[in-house]
Write a protein that binds this ligand. Structure first.
Ligand code: FE2
Ligand code: FE2
Length: 419
């Protein structure tokens, strides 16, 4: 028995999404024509919703644990209804936004295989967007007497979103080169995996049923990202690659903080758990995510070390990599500069816990100071220019960061300030 059944949405929104695709992702037609050539064992791509199974009929977490899940949005009252809407809206925005981002640099793919993989990722993200539209569209109870038509309002808003007004910061950053496609699939799609995984427990059943089919596709996105990151990192060590190790590190420094922020404030997330929407709070999920990114980069480093020293076994390479990174010294031809690392959780943060937001932490998590005091905004901006990609410093997202940093530093009128 198939793990899911399929459904389509009403013609009006089906056509609207096809129209969106023609404008934002016309390359889909090429992928569809060539699908069986590149993916002979995969069922041909189709734009529909996949309805998976619930792992329990009842709500697993929060105040309503033990009660049956909600089949209709209208059964959720007050804040719960709108919080569910916000989560589904944010999810849909990430799916559509990432297609707009990937497309910008698709043609720069160093290999054909990389390009085709990104096309498949984009096609699957479109299906995920369609899936979230299904959640809104199939359930008439998103329309409540006396309320605006929440489903229609949200779907129309989503169809009009462009890079710059998506819900989450990570989806407003235009890609500049193919490194962004690869780092994004590695680091940002991984956040997606965590969110989907957590939302399997969603107390609103149609959302919960959507998670497993999306998760299995997400596995391909993350796997592609990791494989290509490894390829690019090895290319960098052999000097045959399109990007240097430093280029890759700078891209990680730009994207990882945005990935961490996608979890929301690390002290929050209790409401989503109380409503039975997620099974973990933000801080727990973010911590697990951070450790996984670290492991991913370590595996890349192991391959880099084995490329440089042919006879090295994988376990020996792992110890060597750790030793080089812990001591900061060059050992057996491997220098810290040959290796990638995950920037500290406190580095370059715009959202999250108050004590780290806009504070001048370096990539290792040390507060940058001058004469015993944390450096001022200009000092930190000068530091950021040395660790972020040049192009990134000119994006609208960075302009917002700069503005926030300067405002954070400015003293209240008549007040002296400490840093
Ligand atoms: Fe997705
Ligand atoms: Fe994805």
């Amino acid at each position: 028995m198939a793990a899911y059944t399929t459904e389509t949405i009403t013609p009006k929104y089906h056509e609207a999404l096809v129209g969106w695709q023609k404008k934002n992702f016309p390359e889909l037609e090429f992928l569809q024509k060539n699908w069986s050539k590149y993916y002979p064992t995969q069922t041909p791509y189709q734009l529909f919703a996949k309805i998976g199974k619930l792992n329990s009929e009842t709500i697993n977490f929060g105040r309503l644990a033990g009660q049956p899940r909600f089949e209709h949005a209208g059964e959720m009252v007050g804040n719960m209804f709108y919080t569910a809407r916000d989560i589904i809206r944010a999810q849909a925005s990430t799916e559509l936004g990432s297609i707009q981002q990937h497309r910008l640099t698709l043609e720069e793919a160093p290999t054909d295989q990389m390009k085709i993989s990104i096309l498949r990722i984009m096609a699957e993200e479109l299906r995920h967007g369609y899936q979230m539209f299904w959640v809104f569209d199939h359930d008439a109870s998103w329309r409540k007497p006396g309320h605006p038509d929440v489903a229609k309002e949200t779907m129309d808003e989503l169809l009009a979103m462009e890079l710059g007004n998506h819900v989450l910061d990570a989806f407003n950053i235009p890609f500049h080169n193919f490194l962004d496609n690869v780092v994004f699939a590695t680091v940002i799609d991984l956040v997606g995996k965590y969110q989907l995984e957590m939302q399997k427990v969603f107390s609103y059943a149609p959302m919960a049923r959507s998670m497993s089919p999306m998760l299995s596709e997400e596995g391909y996105h993350i796997g592609s990202g990791r494989g290509f990151l490894k390829e690019l990192a090895i290319g960098a060590t052999t000097d045959r690659g399109s990007y240097s190790t430093e280029d890759i590190q700078r891209a990680l420094n730009a994207w990882v903080p945005r990935g961490l922020e996608m979890f929301g404030n690390e002290r929050g997330g209790e409401t989503a758990v109380a409503f039975g929407f997620k099974d973990r709070n933000n801080g727990t999920a973010q911590g697990e995510y951070f450790n996984e990114v670290r492991e991913v980069l370590e595996l890349v480093n192991v391959e880099v070390a084995r490329t440089k020293i042919k006879e090295l076994s994988a376990p020996d390479a792992r110890s060597l990599v750790r030793e080089v990174q812990d001591t900061g010294e060059t050992i057996k031809e491997i220098s810290p500069k040959d290796l990638l690392f995950v920037p500290d959780r406190k580095f370059f943060r715009r959202r999250g816990m108050e004590e780290i937001v806009y504070m001048p932490y370096d990539v290792y998590g040390n507060l940058i100071s001058d004469n015993g005091k944390p450096v001022n905004a200009h000092g930190y901006l000068a530091y950021l220019a040395t660790v972020l990609p040049d192009y990134f410093m000119h994006t609208g997202e960075f302009a917002k960061y700069r503005e926030g940093l300067l405002a954070h530093e400015a003293p209240e009128p008549g007040q002296s300030y400490g840093w």
